[in-house]
Design a protein around this ligand. Structure first.
Ligand code: ASP
Length: 350
């Protein structure tokens, strides 16, 4: 007699924070309003075809993601932590506008992650014909529930699942305001692609370095960060206000090309003054792809010599989340600077 052991049914917690995906037309007025996610199986019956139990949790109030604050990230981290043992994976429905910021921040806030945390959303509400929401949601749930023969998650990372691609969260950027291909990960290949089946690029996926170590969350964030985008014609006063303002502990400088900025004496003298004040200045390129190398041009070299740190090939979204997280945990700016240069969660190619 042979005993067949079926893999236990996977369970996924679907967390709804707001955004376009959860909207449905009111039958009477035709106006878009959020639908009740406890009825998700009725709304997306395709989910029944998977051997997955889907529970849902809805945040109140539901928000347009343009209103996201770090308090949402803290609440998400706590919710995942508190329900971690009960689920195999987590899907977070989130507006697309700031999804890359939220996915980046969560990647640093969740330590020793051994289960998938998959952000998704849509450009068209789920209740609309031609919606991209259903496909995004179904793929996200399938990936959140996917385990290998030993029961280990296939993708134990914070990701964005959108338009048939699974991207590392802290490598993602929103690149299209209206098209279904809203997200891209210019400096890291997709972790998986959904076609007839989902193809996982297993060699690119991070797995916990200490398997079995329980999840830890870091919810202390220091948000005293500004972003300075250099541009032709920027005024000395504008640069002064951002770099020397008392409200900032760190400034992300969005530079040209491989990390080049203005070589005028007034600009470099403000940079030096900011470094002398103890500020953390991080160089991130305005280009979508490629990385910062401050040794190539004199204009980049001057920044390096003045004490600006290379952000390598990080996105601004990821550098921001990394700074919030590092500054929240380290009062000493030297420690923050040293850790900024390290690849913590696959956010830089180093
Ligand atoms: N403004 C919406 C949001 O980010 C857009 C979307 O969900 O696609 O919440």
């Amino acid at each position: 007699m042979s005993i067949s052991r079926e893999k236990p049914r996977a369970s996924v917690l679907l967390i709804y924070t707001g955004g376009t995906i959860g909207m449905k037309e009111d039958a009477g007025t035709g106006a878009l309003k959020p639908f009740d996610f406890s009825g998700i199986m009725e709304e997306v019956p395709e989910l029944r075809k998977f051997a997955v139990t889907v529970d849902s949790y809805t945040f109140t109030p539901l928000i347009d993601s343009s209103d996201v604050e770090p308090s949402l990230w803290q609440a998400l981290a706590k919710l995942i932590y508190e329900s971690y043992d009960r689920y195999d994976g987590f899907v977070i429905l989130h507006g697309t506008d700031t999804m890359a910021y939220s996915a980046s921040a969560l990647s640093f806030m969740l330590d020793h992650l051994s289960k998938p945390v998959i952000f998704t959303g849509s450009q068209l509400p789920i209740g609309r014909p031609r919606t991209d929401g259903k496909e995004n949601l179904i793929s996200a749930v399938e990936i959140a529930a996917a385990r290998d023969g030993d029961g280990h998650a296939l993708v134990p990372e914070v990701c964005i699942c959108f338009n048939s691609q699974l991207l590392r969260g802290n490598r993602s950027v929103k690149v299209n305001a209206t098209g279904f291909d809203a997200f891209s990960s210019p400096n890291y290949p997709p972790l998986a692609t959904a076609g007839i089946s989902i193809k996982y690029n297993t060699g690119l996926i991070h797995h916990p370095s200490e398997p079995g170590r329980p999840l830890e969350i870091h919810t202390t964030l220091d948000t005293r960060v500004s972003v300075l985008k250099v541009h032709p014609g920027i005024t000395e006063q504008a640069v002064r206000d951002i770099l020397l303002g008392t409200g900032t502990r760190a400034v992300i400088i969005e530079t040209y090309g491989s990390g080049n900025a203005i070589s005028k004496a007034w600009f470099l003298s403000i940079i030096r003054e900011a470094v002398k004040m103890g500020k953390i200045l991080v160089n991130i390129t305005q280009c979508l792809s490629g990385d910062v190398d401050m040794d190539i041009y004199a204009t980049g070299r001057a920044l390096k010599d003045a004490g600006v740190i290379s952000g390598h090939d990080a996105t601004t979204e990821s550098a921001l989340g990394k700074l919030f997280f590092l500054m929240g945990g380290h009062p000493d700016n030297h420690e923050v600077k040293a850790l900024l240069e390290k690849n913590l969660k696959g956010e830089i190619s180093k």
